[in-house]
Ligand binder design. Structure first.
Ligand code: F6P
Length: 340
């Protein structure tokens, strides 16, 4: 069998490890892999690269994706889906492994419904895919954010400042939540919750007068009261481009105004997507890649690999892309235990 592998959406740690594993496991079945370059754009334009043992050897150390990626949505391009299907035929691909988040896998689901033999592999630093307990990319990204938070605490303590760390995560607060809990942050702001500004300010004042510094971790996706959100800055999947909102900066101004304390902000942005993957992500991504190759071998298309407990299982792409996994009240109440 000839299997096309592609990576779409934002890159994250673990993609190379998943590609490597899918290629290596496919070899056990006598299957051949072909790399599709730059996500769905590669299939629209027919851009591919060879993907054998030689290409995947030595990539276990590296984040990013050797295949390149894009946020191209074939259903938003003229005749995009048609071109994808034509190229699948032309390239002789008998199956497709699509590695991505909700957007890439949403496209995979539609294509499957239209007859394409596709298997999904969930990846995203946002950890917002339901149907899987964790996505690879998340652990490495929070580990990086955690390092930043610890560094901020050192300098914040010296200067008696309120330090604000803005992390990515889009519309889900998992990255902010885990970074905040693990770094001992004094407050966390999540996109899922309306910010309780007065309560936060009162608390930050109290914390600062006790220990001379405070740390706030905010997600890039929060909306402050009275903030106007423009509909203009959206990507091809209709997601707001959040980096333009500068929530950390806005928050720092607000904290300074309301507390009279000095505040500083750090936006770590894409630092969270590169660098060597954590142990957890290397293992999870490797398990996902192997399972994807096995699903192809078994002819189980329209499925996505998922982690449930400690088991790697398959779930339908339909179920996997039905809704986002967001931070619930139980997690928020848990985090609040440490706002002392
Ligand atoms: O979905 C992953 C993610 O890193 C989000 O957390 C973030 O909002 C977005 O991608 C940034 O996208 P880009 O790399 O296109 O700026």
């Amino acid at each position: 069998m000839r299997i096309g592998i592609l990576t779409g959406g934002g890159d994250c740690a673990g993609l190379n490890q998943a590609i490597r594993a899918a290629v290596m496991r496919s070899l056990d079945f006598g299957n051949e892999c072909l790399g599709v370059l730059e996500g769905w754009r590669g299939l629209i334009e027919g851009k591919t690269t060879s993907l054998g043992l030689k290409e995947v050897e030595g990539i276990i150390e590296k984040s990013g994706t050797i295949l390149g990626t894009s946020r191209t949505n074939p259903y938003q391009e003229e005749e995009g889906a048609k071109k994808v299907k034509e190229n699948i035929k032309k390239l002789g691909l008998e199956a497709l492994v699509a590695m991505g988040g909700e957007d890439t896998l949403g496209v995979a689901r539609k294509l499957f419904e239209e007859g394409v033999k596709v298997v999904g592999v969930p990846k995203t630093m946002d950890n917002d895919l339901s149907a899987t307990d964790y996505t690879f990319g998340f652990d490495s990204s929070v580990t990086r954010a955690l390092e930043a938070a610890s560094v901020l605490i050192d300098t914040g303590r010296s200067h008696r400042r309120v330090m604000i760390l803005e992390v990515m995560g889009r519309h889900a607060g998992w990255v902010a939540l885990f970074t905040g809990i693990a770094s001992g942050a004094d407050w966390i702001l999540l996109p899922e919750r309306k910010p309780e500004i007065e309560e936060m300010i009162k608390h930050i004042r109290a914390v600062h007068s006790r220990k001379n510094y405070a740390l706030i971790v905010t997600s890039e996706g929060i909306t402050l009261p009275e903030q106007k959100v423009g509909a203009e800055d959206q990507d091809k999947f209709g997601h707001m481009i959040l980096k333009k909102r500068k929530m950390g900066e806005t928050l720092a101004k607000l904290v300074e105004e309301k507390t009279g304390l000095e505040a500083r902000v750090l936006v770590i942005g894409h630092m969270q997507r590169g660098g060597g993957p954590s142990l957890f992500d290397r293992i999870l991504a490797t398990r996902c890649g192997v399972k994807a190759a096995e699903l192809v071998k078994e002819g189980k298309f329209g499925q996505m690999v998922a982690l449930r407990g400690n088991e790697i299982v398959e779930v339908s792409l339909k179920e996997a892309t039905a809704k986002l996994k967001l931070v619930d009240d139980a997690w928020w109440n848990f985090a609040k235990v440490f706002f002392k």
